[in-house]
Design a protein around this ligand. Sequence first.
Ligand code: AMP
Length: 221
Amino acid sequence: MRIILLGPPGSGKGTQAELIQKKYGFPKISTGDLLRRAVREGTILGQEAGVQMNRGELVSDELVAAIVKEKVSSPECHRGYVLDGFPRNLAQARILEKIERDRLETALEIVIGEEMLLERLTTRRSCIRCEAIFNQKARPPKKEGICDACGGKLIRREDDSPEVVKERLRVYQEQTEPLRAYYQARKIYHGVDGSTDVVTVFASVASIIDRELAKLGREFS
Ligand code: AMP
């Protein structure tokens, strides 16, 4: 199964993807994490993507699609995977359909208002080493500034600054929101209220995944 997580920056996609990975064993493929790593390591890919990322713009479809293609072909993704941050526009959604055509997919959107997003993004902190996500208010680490999972340093992402956040939200509305209608038309769309706490959101997410997995089981039995 392929789970497509949709939702604006700050909606909690990354956190929910981590929880899905933990409970179901579907690896999380976060294009944002992979691109940030490439930027940190100074690879050619990172040099190409870094400028657009710092402005809150999308990097090229070809570049991101190549990353996703490589990841999904790894043995750990054989049973399924969660996509966090891909597709980001209709062109990418069409590319994705051509990658593993027979893979059953479900699109899950975390729906949340703009005011809450801004508050969450400015208090968000990420681990520089393992990309685990924390929030100073809602999900603080046990030790300030240090990642619970790996002991790495927690930082505010450069693109979580107020000016860049505004641009990222604009890009989301313009380019990514149309995917809702696209997946609704394909009858694989599910919306989840993202305004509550992580545990409550995950309960809704998990109940949808359980239902979809049960359907899969019926199809193959
Ligand atoms: P994220 O961590 O998902 O918020 O992504 C951070 C940044 O990485 C975005 O603002 C884009 O510049 C870039 N990015 C991540 N995923 C994609 C994608 N699927 N297509 C284009 N750019 C992306």
